[in-house]
Design a protein around this ligand. Structure first.
Ligand code: ADP
Ligand code: MG
Length: 611
């Protein structure tokens, strides 16, 4: 093996690739620059998800011919002079690497005119080299156009996803800035079609209307408590994705499980399992209580006092919900509630926020809920809460008579049922130890495989009354790309007005029991990174979710079955060992482990005493 130095070109591209990962990263940097330039009108236009071209135009302060030449060089910025300036940073950018990095991996054309200049300048950079600089006519402001992104990096280009998915990333980024800057008129256009635009008149609720639509906007209630402001939705207006819980620290979007968790927890038990509200929540903190100097792609924020921050956000949202009679005071605190404690995955540690761009982590439809405690979901007194929950307390006593003989199974170990633990786990003796079965997870697996078998070869079931759904700008942008796929799954839906679809048929197997609004969740599912490929996978993910809908599982639910029948059905499954969401259904604690716990470490000394 020989060690050799990489040439400059390669080094530049590797470094640039760190900052610019996909079209959405370019859009993020350009929009931030426009905001930093004081623009109050920003138009973002992309083609083919940004792969074919990205253009961001603003009416900000612009650049002089000298400034624009400098701007595309490495580590050139007008925003800070040294690290000391970081603590009271008033701008989004400060590293001076974005334009340089974009120029290294694309063809970059900047047309700009400084407010105090008569004429504009056009500068073109291709693969890192300035190719042309010439005078150009333009109103004050800047237009940056990026084409041939990653043209010289085939590996990176190949990594890009379908246009609809790349556009979804762009869409989410621009939406975040639109909501954080209601005083800036922001528009987003894809392949010549306007996806949304805000009017820039400074009204956050108006911006919410522009991006989420009337139905969502009218359900939003204001939050304003001890430096935490924004809007959160009525607990009935939810989606299956966390994506609509947007949190900002000092005006910067941060993807923080700490903050999202605080918002969601404030709803206490008023959210159905695996449903997330819409929220746009801003928290202001003194500059020295947060640290923003981290990796450019990751918008990490470190809080000095996490507990205090969490508490403030929680209180503010709770206050707003209480004010509108949407939660009860003294309701048990969210995450510790037994009905969602076990299964809502928060993959990141609560100490730091996640990556800003790489945020398409699986987060839709992916978890099961309501696993543990039947009492939790039925005790609510509000009418709407009852409607949502009254079906959900399925986790009850089965006829768990201890059995004398072990039942032999095909796949599962032979199990002799000993009883039930906390109405949740079946406890059994196996040949080689103890077996615990999560009955809800087992039931889900059984139902999931049944639904999957039924869906095979079935088709659409027409609805007696077509259902009209209003979509968010994001969902509406996804709809045409996935209309055919939805149809293959059995949904028949057509766009009848801007951002409005009419659902006339649903997958037959689901028929009456299916809420047609699930179509929205399916749309998000289509672009969830973890299932980027086939319609079959999407159908599967949908089934996995439906398998735990009590309305669907009702016929065969645990209340009616017996443990014996449940185990037999589970044994008959293709994969009896995991619920459709991947949680284990069966845990074995073998004899060795039990012996070990009792410190019977070697057989000959089983009764040894400790001195
Ligand atoms: P940073 O934003 O970290 O300073 P960039 O590479 O993104 O680094 O931009 C370099 C410089 O170019 C900025 O500091 C700013 O002076 C100038 N610039 C970039 N975009 C614009 C714009 N849209 N309007 C005015 N100036 C801009
Ligand atoms: Mg910048």
């Amino acid at each position: 093996m020989t060690i050799r130095a990489l040439d400059d070109e390669t080094i530049r591209q590797i470094a640039a690739g760190e900052v610019i990962e996909r079209p959405a990263s370019v859009v993020k940097e350009l929009v931030e620059n426009s905001l930093d330039a004081g623009a109050d009108r920003i138009d973002v236009s992309v083609d083919d998800g940004g792969k074919a071209g990205i253009r961001v135009s603003d009416n900000g302060r612009g650049m002089s011919p000298e400034a624009v030449r400098l701007a595309v060089k490495k580590h050139t910025t007008s925003k800070i002079e040294s690290l000391g300036d970081l603590s009271d940073l008033g701008t989004l950018g400060f590293r001076g690497e974005a334009l340089h990095a974009i120029g290294a991996v694309s063809t970059l054309t900047i047309t700009t005119r400084a407010v105090d200049h008569e004429r504009g300048t056009e500068l073109r950079v291709s693969e890192g080299a300035i190719e042309a600089v010439q005078p150009a006519g333009r109103a004050p402001g800047t237009t940056v156009e990026v084409t041939d992104l990653f043209a010289s990096m085939p590996a990176r280009e190949k990594f890009l996803k379908a246009d609809a998915t790349e556009f979804d990333h762009v869409n989410r980024i621009v939406t975040r800035y639109a909501l954080a800057n209601p005083d800036v008129a922001l528009s987003l256009t894809h392949n010549g079609r306007e996806v949304f635009s805000t009017d820039g008149r400074g009204d956050l609720q108006a911006a919410l209307l522009d991006v989420y639509g009337r139905e969502v906007a009218s359900s939003m209630i204001p939050v304003d408590h001890e430096g935490v402001t924004g809007y959160v939705s009525h607990p009935e207006t939810t989606r299956s994705t966390r994506e609509y819980v947007s949190t900002y620290v000092n005006g910067r979007y941060v993807k923080s499980s700490l903050l999202r968790g605080a918002v969601v927890d404030a709803y206490s038990r008023q959210l159905a399992a695996d449903r997330y509200p819409f929220a746009v929540v801003f928290i202001d903190l003194p500059g020295d209580a947060v640290d923003v100097n981290v990796h450019p792609r990751k918008l990490e924020v470190r809080f000095d006092d996490e507990g205090a921050v969490r508490e403030r956000v929680y209180r503010a949202v709770e206050e707003a919900l209480l004010d509108h009679g949407l939660v009860r005071s003294g309701a048990p605190r969210g995450r510790s509630a037994p009905d969602d404690a076990a299964v809502r995955p928060e993959p990141d540690p609560p100490t730091a926020t996640e990556d800003l761009i790489e945020d398409a982590e699986p987060e839709t439809l992916a978890t099961s809920g309501g696993t543990d405690d039947p009492a939790a979901s039925t005790s609510d007194t509000w009418e709407w809460a009852e409607r949502r929950f009254h079906d959900q307390g399925t986790q009850t006593t089965l006829d768990a008579e201890p059995v004398d003989e072990a039942t032999p199974f095909e796949q599962l170990p032979a199990i002799r049922v000993l009883g039930q633990l906390r109405d949740t786990y079946v406890v059994g003796a196996a040949d080689d130890g103890l077996v615990l079965i999560d009955q809800h997870a087992a039931d889900e697996r059984v139902n999931y495989e049944r639904l999957r078998a039924e869906l095979d070869g079935s088709d659409s079931q027409a609805l007696a009354e077509p259902v009209v759904l209003e979509l968010t700008a994001r969902e509406a942008a996804l709809f045409p790309s996935f209309q055919a796929a939805l149809e293959r799954m059995g949904f028949r839906a057509a766009e009848i007005a801007d951002r409005v679809v009419e659902v006339s048929a649903v997958p037959a197997v689901l028929d009456e029991t299916l809420d047609p609004s699930l179509l929205r969740d399916v749309l998000s599912e289509f672009v969830a990174e973890r299932s980027d490929s086939s319609v079959d996978e999407h159908a599967d993910a949908l089934l996995a979710d439906l398998a735990c809908y009590p309305s669907i599982t009702g016929h065969t639910s645990l209340t009616e079955g017996s443990i014996q029948r449940l185990l037999e059905a589970l044994d008959g499954c293709e994969n009896p060992y995991a619920c459709p969401h991947g949680r284990p259904t069966v845990i074995e604690i073998d004899a060795a482990e039990i012996d070990n716990r009792f410190e019977r470490d070697y057989p000959g000394h089983a009764h040894r005493r400790r001195e």
